[in-house]
Write a protein that binds this ligand. Structure first.
Ligand code: G
Ligand code: G
Ligand code: MN
Ligand code: NA
Length: 253
């Protein structure tokens, strides 16, 4: 509870940061976009892991306001990217279930895009299977409206949660993110049945696939052979502050 109080106070005092991890085209290795990832400084030079504080933010309801800030900040950065000449890079944002339960969620996303004068197709919302399973109808309805507006939708950590395959066709998805646990299975001389099955499933559903957690070159080449198009992982870059991302883009395009 002390931690929730601290999180609320640090959020109000604008101490939360949004970092960005590049996403690349697997073949050309050119940057195609980035995922925004929250960082909470611990006051001693380190960071408290999102795996620890996101669940607290969800439980306390704080995630609704924090998530809104993430959306607005991402849209502001889309505008800065455009002004710097990077007008076709997308920014992906993770969305939690309490945000969907907010009746004004769709309107808030649209307003963030309007305020920053950004092309809706450059914003991508990432949702996990558990978000869908929690409130299928609310999530499907909100995403369908946002998709019509032009916003991109990705299913995150795919294959790790409990999901009903039928939702894959009811959701207006653009992209399927192959969870890093399946990419990790890719070892020299071995086949990675789950990674292969997930990429095949994505392709058959007409979705673009992105491999998460790519750390080794052989994982990248294996994913290319499977027909996966994009990747994100330490092989290319770790999440970094926006200023560092700008110099990364300068060096990699
Ligand atoms: O950056 P890292 O890999 O440590 O993130 C750990 C987890 O925190 C990931 O599952 C990621 O999706 C989640 N996370 C990071 N930033 C956000 C955010 O802005 N909103 C939500 N809902 N989850 C986030
Ligand atoms: O939203 P999601 O849970 O997918 O967030 C991605 C998380 O994965 C972030 O916490 C990010 O720091 C982490 N991550 C990104 N690339 C790699 C990687 O190559 N290896 C590992 N171990 N973690 C990664
Ligand atoms: Mn994600
Ligand atoms: Na993920």
């Amino acid at each position: 509870l002390d931690m929730i109080r601290q999180l609320r106070s640090d959020f109000i005092n604008r101490k939360l940061q949004l970092w960005y991890q590049p996403q690349v085209d697997l073949v050309s290795e050119k940057v195609v976009g980035m995922e925004g990832l929250l960082r909470w400084p611990d006051g001693e030079g380190g960071y408290i892991s999102p795996a620890v504080f996101i669940p607290l933010a969800e439980y306390s309801g704080l995630i609704v306001d924090i998530g809104q800030w993430v959306l607005e900040e991402s849209c502001r950065k889309l505008k800065e990217l455009k002004e710097a000449g990077y007008d076709n890079l997308r920014v992906a944002v993770n969305i939690s279930i309490p945000q969907f339960r907010d009746r004004h969620f769709v309107e808030k996303v649209k307003n963030a895009l309007i305020a920053s004068d950004c092309d809706p197709s450059l914003l991508e919302l990432e949702i996990t299977e558990s978000v869908v399973m929690d409130e299928p109808q609310i999530v499907i309805d909100a995403l369908t409206t946002l998709k019509e507006y032009g916003v991109g939708i990705a299913i995150d950590d795919f294959g790790t949660g409990f999901s009903s395959m039928s939702y894959l066709q009811k959701l207006p998805l653009d992209r399927l993110k192959v969870d890093r646990s399946f990419v990790k299975d890719i070892q020299p001389g071995k086949s990675a049945v789950l990674a292969e099955t997930i990429v095949t499933l994505g392709n058959k559903l007409g979705l673009l696939t992105i491999a998460e957690g790519v750390e080794k070159r052989e994982q990248a080449s294996y994913m290319i052979k499977l027909g996966c198009v994009e990747a994100q992982g330490y092989l290319y870059a770790k999440p970094m502050p926006f200023e560092a991302l700008m110099s990364y883009l300068h060096d990699h395009s």
